[in-house]
Each structure stands twice: as structure tokens, then as C-alpha cells.
Design a protein around this ligand. Sequence first.
Ligand code: JAH
Length: 233
Amino acid sequence: MLQIDLISIFPEYLAPLKLSLLGKAADKGLLQINIHDLRAQTTDVHHSVDDTPYGGGAGMVMSAEPWGSAIDQMTNDQDQVDLIILTPAGKKFDQKMAGEFAIKKHLIFACGRYEGIDARVGEYYGAKKNFTLHEVSIGDYVLGGGEVAAMVIIEATARLIAGVIGNPDSLKEESHSISGNNQELLVEYPNYTKPAMWRGLSVPEILLSGNHGQIAKWRKAQAERRTQQLKEE
Ligand code: JAH
């Protein structure tokens, strides 16, 4: 059973994690998702979570202590924890990383806001013996905070856990579209369903032929053509 904890100052932003697919997986006991409000860790009257940056500059930095309190509260010194800090400066998330996260016991997602989290949080837990630190990005753009990036990572990760996806054939099919070596996603062939004619556009004849050998050959050629096209862009 995979345990996922998320820490955010906007816990309501993470509400989709309680819906549909992931909610059902939780009901089936395949994973457990807990959402935590960082402000619950503050002791001052204003419930401050940020302060001005040492060295000056624009914006605010999230203070280390509320993060330390939150993370300490949900861990002990025995169990292995993977701490994921979402940051545009992190390692790019991909299908391979999703596969690695899917076999972990306990993931903690630190969803920062403003200019990010005091760097000592990563430094501290990265040096802790039962912790593995992952600084992760989902792409080269700056979001308002780590929440949406965390949801992307959790969606890609959870669907790799046996039983989370209703139709295991979907995963099997997908495994053919991932190159064995580096889990690079290979481009899919185009898909069609009924009706055979839509707004004057027909379905390629070969797909209606019932000749499964020829269909497989055509799909492979289409996938290769699309992969080549992507490389040229
Ligand atoms: C922005 C904290 N690569 C996606 C990504 C992840 C995190 C953030 N931005 C983009 C972010 C502001 C504060 C994290």
C-alpha cells in the first residue's frame, strides 16, 4: 500500500485527488492519500508561512520551520520516506520516474508557493538517513505553486499500481508504446471508432478489413511516421 501525503497552504486546490479514479483506488485499499494544511503548523497569530529573502530581492520565501514540523509529524526515524519537492529547478518528471515512485511505500509532496521553500528543508531531509530527496519539475515553465505539478505526478504514478486502472489491457497496450531501455514514450498510431464516416472524413480502409496482420503493419508504419515528424519539429 502506497501512502501519499501532500503539504500545501492551499489544500482545497488538491481536492481532485479525492475524486473518481484515485478515490476508488483509495477505497480499494491500493493507496492512501492525505492532504495537509501547512498553516496548521504555524504558532504565530498571523499564521505566517513566508518571510523576506536573505540577500534581498523580490517576493517571499517559505519559512523552513512549518515544513519541518509538518514532515516530522507524519514520519518516524524507522520508515523509508521519499520526499518530493516540486520546483522548476528540479529533475524533469517522466514515465520512468512514475514507475519508480509507483513501487515506493511513502511519498511526501511538498507543494511550495511564492518564490519557493527555504533551501535548508531539502538540505536537511536530503541528508537524513531514512529519507530520499527528489527535486522534481514537470516541465520548463513556472506555475503559481507545486500543487498542480504534484497532481500530475500522482496521476501518472497511481495508474501504474496494479488494480488502480480498471482495464489492465490499457496498461499492457501502453507498455508496447514505451521503449524498453529508457521508458521513452513512443508515439501512438491514430485511433478511430464509429461512425465509419464523420463530417465527410472516412476511416482508413485497412482498419475495416479484418486483416489483423496488415492492420498491425499499418499501425507500426503510422507510429514511425508520427515519431519521425515529431523529431523534425
Ligand atoms: C512555482 C513553488 N515544473 C513545474 C513547476 C513546479 C513547481 C513550481 N513551478 C513549476 C513552483 C512556485 C513556487 C513551486
